[in-house]
Design a protein. Structure first.
Length: 299
């Protein structure tokens, strides 16, 4: 698969928000990250988001983030977009991460809404603009008020869409009405950041997904978006419905936890979690196996 993009799909259509593999003693597993990245791209991903929420970015160091970018770009950068998460609640720190990611070879940046601080909309506009001005890389915003505490308002999204390097938004807001308005007026390429809403967001103009479920179901997600883009809405709906147990199962608890458990069940690189995240219990693992099997995922 060649590395391709268009203004309508600047990062492709199917991206997985990749976990960060760790060794048994909790160190960054660089070899494991490269093997996992290659597996995910082989499965059909156009790109990978690294050092996002699912990459345990709050508990990895700046040096680990840079090392991870270099490793993943080396492994798959010639055939998939490598998007580096650089968002923090400190604009200066985000600028440092953005420049380091660019130097390490990232193809784009993911910038989450600053969390905890709850800045006003003007603060958000200046924060994201500063990140976009810091490098030559295209930027995907990440709107997830359930984690950040505040949404990016539609009006702010429209203003940000005027910046030549702010090209996309990862939508985990869960509001199809606001998404419809922002897609129509902002000019941003829209990516679902909530697997349960992948198909509904396509129906109002999204172009693809940044997925957690992609760790185990990339071929199905690829088939879904292809069917929809070719006008076969019924087939897309059938795939969506088949995947419902997987969507439910992968989010019974924190998605990083279930993703690493599912990868371990498939003997793929994952490793332990860093506190405060903890692994599944035996009962939770059995439930995850049941959910994945119900959705047709082979372990």
């Amino acid at each position: 698969m060649a590395l391709t993009s268009t203004p309508q799909t600047p990062f492709g259509r199917v991206l997985t928000a990749m976990v960060t593999p760790f060794t048994a003693d909790g160190a960054l597993d660089v070899d494991g990250a490269q093997r996992l990245a290659a597996h995910l791209v082989d499965a059909g991903n156009d790109g990978l988001v690294i050092s996002g929420t699912t990459g345990e970015s709050p508990t990895t160091t700046d040096a680990e983030k840079e090392q991870l970018v270099r490793a993943v770009v080396e492994a798959v950068g010639d055939r998939a977009h490598v998007i580096a998460g650089v968002g923090t609640n400190d604009t200066r720190h985000s600028l440092e991460l953005a420049r380091a990611a660019e130097q390490a070879g990232a193809h784009g940046l993911l910038a989450v809404t600053p969390y905890y601080s709850k800045p006003p909309q003007e603060g958000l506009h200046q924060h994201f603009t500063a990140i976009a001005d810091a490098t030559e890389l295209p930027v995907m915003l990440y709107d997830i008020p359930g984690r950040s505490g505040i949404p990016i308002d539609t009006e702010t999204m429209i203003r940000l869409g005027q910046h030549p390097r702010i090209v996309a938004n990862k939508d985990a807001k869960g509001d199809l009405g606001r998404a419809s308005l922002a897609i129509a007026e902002s000019g941003l390429a829209w990516y679902s950041g909530d697997d349960m809403l992948n198909l509904p967001l396509l129906s109002v103009g999204a172009v693809g997904f940044v997925s957690v479920v992609g760790h185990v179901a990339t071929p199905e997600l690829r088939e879904l978006v292809t069917a929809f883009s070719h006008g076969d809405v019924q087939k897309a709906a059938e795939i969506h419905q088949k995947l419902l147990p997987v969507f439910i199962g992968m989010f019974r608890t924190q998605g990083v936890i279930t993703s690493k458990a599912a990868l371990a069940l498939r003997n793929l690189p994952a490793g332990p979690l860093r506190l405060p995240l903890v692994g599944l219990t035996e009962q939770e693992t059995a439930q995850l196996k049941h959910d994945l099997a119900a959705g047709g995922v082979q372990l």
